[in-house]
Design a protein around this ligand. Structure first.
Ligand code: GAL
Ligand code: CA
Length: 348
């Protein structure tokens, strides 16, 4: 009899232990990370001012929803290609890709297609025909030309209001230098063209003193501005930059050359409205910029990547809309001292 009870005790113990071991009941804390889909993200380089804000927005949006595998492609397309292979091998359910080279979209699509994984490109727009070639590919970004048009308008308005002071040689034309972003980048090409077209369309003459690429980079912007000031000095009447990082580099060169003290002034415009640029606008050392909405672009990139990773319609439950090129486009906004709070809000 005692043996029987002992056996019963042992049996019930075993039962309790097994029961505990397999408990997934409602009281047990759910292991969320096990349920969260993996999403593979590649940024063309972490060392890019504006993209660091887009990255932060993606990370914030992903919290508690998805496990991100984040890659710094270090401005090297073959590195990015390997990262994509690696992410696919790790079982990502979708990809969010900020291309290094916009022309490399077909390579990425071929990899995604072979693994039947959807891909959301962002910030560097692939050709529409390439997006069309894969039914599981989309784009999140902006309408590049819009930033050029808006920047041109800021230039026109300010020039008209200050012509007497700013037209130093009194020829009625704007003698400008232009800091271009990465050549071949849709944003750089469109901003360069449309900003100048807008000035011309307003009936203002222009003379290009210099145009070179600063590769979106502040240090390069400063180096170019140093050289241009040494060469042209006061003949320069306007500094037009494809982005804020280069504009900020130009401003530090101008400061080192005695500008922004006394009545020595130079109008400088950029694009992005990153916090450092907002500071310069407030201080009066930068005329204006164009808000490139990092927060909403990051949010939209994640929303789309998450939807397709979980088998939903790409736009399910979001406020975003696709155009006929399978793109979500976040609008740009002109930023000057008058509406600086709009930019501050967007980069909070
Ligand atoms: C642009 C932005 C630049 C740079 C570039 C990278 O939209 O204005 O500052 O970040 O994207 O692709
Ligand atoms: Ca002039």
């Amino acid at each position: 009899m005692r043996k029987f009870f002992a056996l019963l005790m042992v049996l019930s113990l075993i039962l309790t232990v097994t029961a505990c071991g397999t408990t997934t009941g409602s009281n047990a804390p759910a292991d969320k990370s096990a349920e969260m889909p993996k999403i593979g993200v590649a940024i063309y380089k972490f060392d890019d001012n504006f993209m660091s804000f887009v990255r932060r927005a993606i990370e914030t949006s992903a919290k508690g929803k998805a496990e991100l595998i984040l890659n710094d492609s270090q401005n090297n397309q073959s590195t990015q290609n390997e990262q994509v292979d690696m992410m696919i091998a790790k079982g990502v359910k979708s990809l969010a890709i900020n291309l290094v080279d916009p022309q490399a979209a077909p390579t990425i699509i071929a990899k995604a297609k072979a693994a039947n994984i959807p891909v959301i490109f962002f910030n560097k727009e692939p050709d529409a025909s390439v997006l069309k070639s894969y039914d599981k590919a989309w784009y999140v970004g902006t309408t590049s030309s819009e930033s050029g048009v808006i920047q041109g308008k800021i230039i026109v308005d300010a020039w008209k209001a200050n012509k007497d002071k700013w037209d130093k040689n009194g020829d009625g034309k704007i003698q400008y230098v232009l800091l271009k972003g990465e050549p071949g980048h849709p944003d750089a090409e469109a901003r360069t063209k449309y900003a100048i077209d807008e000035i011309k369309a307003a009936g203002i003459g222009v003379e290009q003193l210099e145009l070179q690429t600063g590769m979106w980079d502040s240090v390069k912007g400063k180096e170019l501005m140093d050289a241009w000031l040494a060469k042209h000095g006061d003949k320069i009447e306007f500094v037009i930059a494809n982005n804020d990082a280069m504009a900020l580099g130009a401003i530090s060169s101008l400061k080192a050359n005695g500008y922004f003290t006394g009545n020595k002034y130079m109008p400088v415009v950029g694009v992005d409205a990153i916090p450092d640029a907002i500071q310069q606008i407030k201080a009066g050392t930068m005329l204006g910029t164009v808000l490139n909405d990092a927060k909403n672009q990051g949010q939209a990139t994640f929303d789309l990547a998450f939807n397709v990773a979980t088998g939903k319609d790409v736009l399910a439950g979001t406020k975003w809309k696709l155009d006929d090129k399978k793109a979500v486009r976040v609008p740009y906004i002109a930023i000057t001292k008058d509406n600086i709070s709009v930019a501050e809000e967007a980069y909070k």
